[in-house]
Design a protein around this ligand. Structure first.
Ligand code: GLP
Length: 248
């Protein structure tokens, strides 16, 4: 696991975008796994800039998103589908036929989850999966207690996540209670992982992820077992670490 500590959020975003861009240049038909949340936004802005100003070409790229709220249609402004269009896909040239985001309105959720897993396999697996991290150590919506071998499925959100996501909705009752999420096992099969985190609220989760024992109670800790995982964090998110890590 490579831990890169940057001065601030802006540098974390640039570094993450540079990693993604370098793969897209090297392998134009690569498969990218995208994440939502506030943290990757800076990296997505930078990818848009690289597309507009440097011609970074996504036309042959296939994308899979980690998760989606159950019950929110793609048109809902708080759905992850909407987030991806607004913050990235509408501004770059990914072919909509090659964009895959879990369907929050799927009638047969279990059937959909099995199909999503198959689809990932059919395209040859994910080359690079971008990850954020929840303050409770979740990755995607794999909440504390998630099996470390889990696959795409429906998960109940933890009270902590519901509270953390409260800010995006007008009323408490609007915050979804369930999500469809890639499993920890699904994520671990990506050939490369890129986890980004910023700010002191993530310091405990980062300390557990980088230095703690591997436990389902902090699903992100399994990243320690991945052969090609890079963690890009700012100084605040790194503030709980005991080891020494590179700034480059
Ligand atoms: C949500 C998403 C995660 C994301 C997390 C942290 O729960 N499902 O994929 O990593 O939020 O979000 P933020 O980056 O806003 O702290």
């Amino acid at each position: 696991m490579l831990v890169i500590v940057k001065e601030n959020y802006g540098e974390v975003s640039k570094e993450a975008a540079a990693e993604i861009a370098s793969l897209v240049r090297e392998k134009p038909d690569c498969v990218l796994g995208f994440a939502t949340g506030g943290t990757p936004l800076g990296a997505y802005k930078e990818l848009i800039r690289l597309h507009r100003e440097e011609g970074l070409d996504f036309s042959k790229v296939t994308t899979f998103n980690l998760d989606e709220y159950v019950g929110l249609p793609p048109s809902h402004p708080k759905s992850y589908h909407y987030y991806m269009l607004e913050n990235l896909f509408n501004h770059i040239n990914v072919d909509p036929r090659n964009m895959f985001i879990p369907m929050g309105m799927a009638e047969n959720v279990h059937g959909f989850c099995a199909w999503y897993e198959e689809k990932i396999e059919k395209v040859g697996g994910i080359d690079l999966q971008i990850l954020g991290i929840g303050a409770n150590g979740h990755i995607a919506f794999n909440e504390p207690g998630s099996s470390l071998g889990s696959r795409t499925r429906i998960k109940t959100l933890s009270e902590k996540t519901i509270r953390d996501n409260r800010r995006f909705f007008t009323k408490e009752e609007e915050v979804p209670r369930y999500a469809i999420t890639m499993g920890v096992g699904t994520i671990m099969e990506a050939r490369q992982l890129l986890l980004v985190a910023s700010g002191a609220t993530k310091a405990d989760a980062i300390r557990a992820t980088v230095e703690g024992p591997i436990t389902a109670w902090y699903p992100a800790t399994i990243v320690q077992m991945h052969r090609f995982a890079t963690i890009v964090i700012d100084k605040d998110a790194a503030s709980g670490l005991r080891g020494s890590y590179a700034g480059f």
